[in-house]
Design a protein around this ligand. Structure first.
Ligand code: FAD
Length: 289
């Protein structure tokens, strides 16, 4: 019957949530409120970022440990390689494995200003992790091309090498032009990438911060998005509603295009992400039963 069909369809969608390590008590409280609000949606994993060059690895590890101990969620630390030696990375990977961590988001990290050619790219980190243990590995992908890439094709081939080194999926940089994601997905298939290219969804609530961030990540902010937030600088409530409606539209188109996995950049907030998941049919496990 129809209801059964709908719930089967709804059960198809998988989500994952990204958090960052809080830097004070109030932020820690917000993080836990968000984790607790979102955990009922049974994400396939949650991940915690790692601030390259800023010494937050211990905080990443601590949050990962807390999430693992206090919930039944699978927690994946982000790990970058620009700022560590191979032996340090091996030690970290072994520690994670010994602590029951089976999933890692493997990244190169941003280069410090003025740095030359890095000793390691993310593909080398993926190989190193696989030498230590059979981790489930996510890597980064850039539908609108990574800012340092020589060309879109070179960037795509770098992604292919990460996949060939053993990555299980790629998570994309956030984007607003859905077409750019869809074209990118096609190009991944064309170069023989078989793993999932999971769209990274950024629910926008702070438009000003977004513009700053988009500048150095090469993410295009379309004119229509600018118009949507125009005049809302002092109106957080309306910004949230607008941000949610934009992301809801985005995931609706993506799911029509066959996307079944979504990664959310939650920025440690739950409201928008929860609403977007709801519209995708992702409900608390008890409601779906
Ligand atoms: P790579 O895949 O190594 O690519 C980096 C650049 O080098 C690309 O331009 C690529 O085309 C090029 N390249 C690759 N291989 C070669 C080669 N052999 N020779 C020459 N050029 C090459 N940053 C953090 O610091 N902490 C985080 O927690 C974090 N989480 C992230 C999560 C996601 C989902 C995403 C999309 C990004 C995240 N980042 C994070 C940002 C990321 O670290 C930066 O974008 C970084 O500049 C590139 O990392 P990468 O893993 O994509 O690198």
């Amino acid at each position: 019957n129809l209801n059964q069909k709908i719930s089967e369809l709804e059960g198809d969608i998988q989500v994952s949530f990204e958090f960052f390590p809080p830097s004070n008590l109030a932020m820690e409280e917000t993080l836990w409120q968000s984790v607790n609000r979102l955990k009922v949606l049974a994400p396939s994993f949650v991940s915690v970022t790692y601030g390259a060059n800023s010494g937050t690895r211990d905080r990443t590890h601590a949050i990962i440990k807390d999430i693992t101990q206090r919930t039944t969620l699978k927690a994946a630390p982000h790990l970058t390689c620009v700022d560590a030696s191979r032996s340090e990375l091996k030690q970290i990977a072994q520690d994670y494995w010994d602590n029951g961590i089976r999933q890692i988001v493997a990244l190169r990290g941003d280069l410090p200003e003025g740095a030359g050619k890095p000793a390691m790219y993310a593909e080398h980190l993926v190989s190193l992790l696989k030498e230590i243990a059979d981790f489930d590995i996510s890597v980064a992908a850039y539908p609108e091309v990574h800012p340092e890439a020589k060309s879109a094709q070179a960037d795509l081939l770098a992604l292919k090498r990460k996949m060939d080194a053993g990555a299980n999926r790629a998570i994309t940089q956030f984007f607003f032009d859905v077409e750019s994601y869809l074209r990118f997905r096609d190009r991944c298939v064309a170069v023989g990438i078989e793993q999932n290219i999971v769209p990274g969804i950024l629910p926008v609530s702070n438009y000003k911060t977004l513009c700053k961030f988009a500048g150095f990540t090469n993410v295009k902010i379309p004119q229509w998005l600018h118009r949507q937030f125009d005049g809302l600088d002092d109106d957080q409530t309306t910004r949230n509603l607008v941000g949610a409606s934009i992301a809801i539209e985005q995931v609706k188109v993506l799911s029509r295009e066959g996307v079944k996995d979504f990664h959310f950049y939650t920025l440690n907030r739950s409201e928008l992400t929860y609403a977007i998941c709801h519209t995708l049919g992702v409900r608390p496990a008890s409601v779906l039963k």
